[in-house]
Design a protein around this ligand. Structure first.
Ligand SMILES: [Zn+2]
Length: 311
């Protein structure tokens, strides 16, 4: 069973997410019901598999973090999204018909569903790549995004950990962009679910191999390196669902010695005083300097290339 999960859970999760979404759509359920039903299902499945097959050395039962992550899922992800809709939806989609018509690329509604989903991923992932890379590049962005990188444990619910400001930026950047180019609501529903499934799989601690998919998708095998304490590694693999833009822009990384990643540790630099309560996560960007270690023992100083070459 474990071998089956290792090799098949990830691709099957993505495929079955689309299949079940399609079946529920055919059964007449609204997008507003399909998204939470399937998202909650994948959260429960990933969490249950971690309880069964977790790597006890690298996955801890930290109740404070789990509580905070569930609050992120129910509050940090929903309120900013709602706010974005209230503030900009009418501006972008409804009241801006003249504005939109001049930029509408003419979405191919008559193309096969899977082709439309693929096209949507290509668009959204281009935006996602640059938003994510920007969050890592500039101090103000990193303060916000560091919440997502703050855990020393690595487990599925980290995929839900987003500062509300990041949700607002990400949602605005991706969904706003997709609305802008005229992607239909049904395709956005599939996109949202694929993103949720991929994120939960990415952050799950049980072993998942992806083979050749590692050149197309932002797989669990690739994404864990993005959570490395080494800046040279965490500033790689920015892809949210696809890895192709990392390949294109030279930021893909896939070292083989995953044990070294665990030995070095994941998360923020040693000495960073992270308060893992939900309130602690909310205020983190605003007290960023105060929680930094006196001397950041940055792994930057290590000769990374030499290390890789030596392995
Ligand atoms: Zn990141």
């Amino acid at each position: 069973m474990k071998t089956f999960i290792t090799y098949w859970f990830y691709p099957l999760s993505l495929i079955l997410t689309v299949v079940f979404a399609w079946l529920l759509k055919q059964a007449g359920l609204s997008n507003g019901l399909i998204v939470p039903i399937l998202s909650l299902s994948i959260i429960v499945i990933c969490f249950a598999l971690e309880l069964k097959y977790r790597d006890t050395q690298h996955w801890g039962h930290n109740r404070e973090e789990i509580t905070s992550d569930l609050l992120h899922a129910s509050v940090s992800s929903t309120i900013p999204t709602w706010l974005f809709r209230v503030l900009f939806y009418s501006l972008i989609v409804e009241a801006s018909s003249r504005f939109q018509s001049s930029f509408d690329i003419g979405w191919p509604n008559d193309w096969p569903l899977l082709v439309q989903i693929g096209l949507c991923l290509l668009f959204s992932e281009f935006a996602a790549y640059w938003i994510h890379r920007t969050l890592h590049t500039f101090d103000i962005g990193w303060r916000i995004h560091a919440v997502h990188h703050s855990s020393r444990n690595y487990y599925s619910l980290i995929g839900l950990r987003r500062h509300p400001l990041q949700t607002f930026i990400t949602f605005g950047g991706r969904i706003g962009f997709l609305w802008f180019v005229g992607v239909p609501a049904d395709i956005l529903m599939y996109y949202t679910l694929i993103a949720a499934t991929n994120s939960l799989c990415q952050h799950s601690s049980f072993e998942q191999k992806a083979g050749p998919l590692n050149w197309i998708m932002a797989t669990p095998e690739l994404h864990r390196w993005h959570h490395s304490k080494l800046v040279e590694e965490s500033n790689r693999n920015y892809g949210d669902i696809l890895i192709i833009y990392d390949v294109l822009f030279g930021t893909r990384i896939f070292p083989k010695d995953v044990e070294r990643l665990y030995d070095k540790g994941m998360g923020l630099p040693d000495g960073t005083q992270v308060d893992h309560s939900y309130w602690g996560h909310l205020k983190m960007p605003f007290v960023w300097k105060a929680i930094q270690p006196e001397k950041v023992l940055s792994d930057k100083e290590e000769n990374y290339e030499k290390h890789i070459a030596g392995n």
